[in-house]
Design a protein around this ligand. Structure first.
Ligand code: GLP
Length: 242
């Protein structure tokens, strides 16, 4: 694992932007699965600024949705696809034909997950996974316990995730309880993984991610076993509140 410890969340975002820009320039047809959540948003904005300045062209990229709440339509402000669309797909001008996604409302979510996993496999897997870090070590919505071979699937959220996501949606009652997520299997097989985690509130789980035992109880700890992982963090998350 490479670890980049920046001074603050802004410089961490810039480091992430520089790395993403390098990867897109190196391979314009990059196939990437991308997290929503608050942490990567500044990085995506900075990348869009580079694109608007003509310094990068992401028009050949293929983007895969990482996770979604079930039965939340795109028009709902809680839709994770809607969030990804606003924060990355539109600003980066990714053509709709190069976007793969979960169906968020479906009569057959289990079958949809199998079909989505097939789509990922058929495309040859991910060149890049950009991930955030859940407070319980979830990656996407791979909630603990999630083994390294956990597949793309329907997941019931843990109480901890419901509480942590309540800030986005104005209270616990408004957080959907069931989600779908790209599996640990596809994420860990990605040629490269960037994990971005900033702020003192991520300190404990970041430490357990990088140096704790590798265990399904902390799904992010499996990153210790992945091929190429870059962790982008800041002092508060890396060192804690000292
Ligand atoms: C959410 C999402 C993840 C995200 C993580 C961290 O629940 N399912 O995809 O990476 O939690 O979010 P944040 O960056 O807001 O801390």
């Amino acid at each position: 694992m490479d670890v980049i410890v920046e001074t603050n969340p802004q410089t961490a975002s810039q480091a992430g932007t520089d790395l993403l820009a390098t990867l897109i320039r190196r391979k314009p047809t990059l196939k990437a699965v991308l997290a929503t959540g608050n942490t990567p948003m500044d990085m995506y904005s900075r990348l869009a600024a580079l694109k608007n300045a003509g310094k990068i062209d992401a028009g050949q990229m293929t983007v895969f949705q990482l996770d979604a709440y079930l039965d939340v339509p795109d028009t709902d402000p809680r839709s994770l696809y809607g969030w990804m669309d606003r924060s990355f797909i539109q600003p980066m001008d990714i053509p709709a034909t190069q976007v793969h996604r979960f169906r968020e409302t479906s009569d057959d979510p289990h079958g949809d997950c199998v079909r989505y996993a097939d789509t990922i496999r058929a495309s040859g897997g991910f060149d890049l996974a950009v991930l955030g870090l859940g407070p319980n070590g979830h990656l996407g919505f791979n909630e603990p316990p999630s083994a390294a071979d956990a597949t793309t699937r329907v997941v019931t959220l843990t109480p901890e995730s419901i509480i942590s996501n309540a800030v986005y949606w104005g209270g616990i009652a408004r957080v959907p309880k069931v989600s779908v997520t790209v599996g640990m299997d596809a994420l860990l097989a990605s040629s490269q993984i960037i994990l971005i985690a900033t702020g003192a509130h991520k300190h404990d789980i970041l430490r357990r991610t990088v140096e704790g035992p590798v265990t399904p109880d902390v799904p992010s700890s499996f990153l210790q076993t992945a091929a190429k992982v870059t962790i982008i963090t800041d002092r508060a998350a890396w060192e804690g509140d000292r």
